[in-house]
Design a protein around this ligand. Sequence first.
Ligand code: C2E
Ligand code: MG
Ligand code: MG
Length: 274
Amino acid sequence: MDERRLRRQKLAIALQAAIEQHSLVLHFQPIYHLATGNIESVEALLRWTSPDYGVVPPLEIIAVAEQHGLAHRLNEWVLLSACAQLRRWQQAGHPLLKVNVNISPSIFMDGELASTVRRVLRLTQLEATSLVLEITEDTSLWDTADSTEILQQLRGLGIEIALDDFGTGYSSFSHLRQLPINKLKIDKSFVSDMATDVRATNLVQTIISLAQSLDMQIVAEGIEDKAQQTKLQQLGCEFGQGYFLARPMSELHMTEELLANVSAFAKRANTSVS
Ligand code: C2E
Ligand code: MG
Ligand code: MG
């Protein structure tokens, strides 16, 4: 325990320096419209290679930040960097592209998120409708009236809200009915189990019907092969993300991927017209 605590303390000092020195980076993983292959959005995923500690996994970065009072600054850095990068891509010819940013539960609940988001949108001149915030199903999220108010403030700005890793947490039907969430991301564990477990497939089908009945968009995470993509489309899933489609990639690679996607999309559109 002591060793772990010590590592986290040292990591926190290194993380603070990394935030200040802008040595964290974001990678981006596309979310595709499965029927057309068009890139709908890109999810920003935090990456940090520390000179002293090597590659630190994003979930450990978040845990260190939360334990050592750095969560705000980290969240602001991620939001600002992701929105600024999206704005550059939009200006370079991808005007409809969106960005998904993960928000940890503590940040979501602390009451400052809406003002931070407003400030970031103003600074980057990004339309609110281009931003999707991904939140996970955490018990604390659902247990207060505050969460509805926070979500309503954000939706009032025009931002979209996606429920990440759906199916692994604690949301109830009444929460889903009441909260102004407009996207569900099916957790990758269900997608990977579909090939071997008919109950996983049935669950995916049920989640898709649930989303449709609540007028929410549905995104499948963790698509790792063609069979999974085909099955998901047969079940009515519109959007997907996963290693089979594209891995998370650097800003530079994402720029190339976007260019390739636009020309492939134009080619597909021409073929379907002629
Ligand atoms: P997430 O938001 O559910 O992101 C999806 C994770 O699944 C990413 O891991 C991604 O690399 C991985 N993934 C994508 N496609 C596949 C696939 O086909 N198969 C498998 N097995 N995995 C796939 P990553 O980048 O290690 O991130 C892990 C988690 O860390 C994220 O899960 C998210 O909860 C958190 N995270 C990452 N960046 C941030 C951030 O900027 N802020 C916050 N608060 N959390 C973040
Ligand atoms: Mg996510
Ligand atoms: Mg997820």
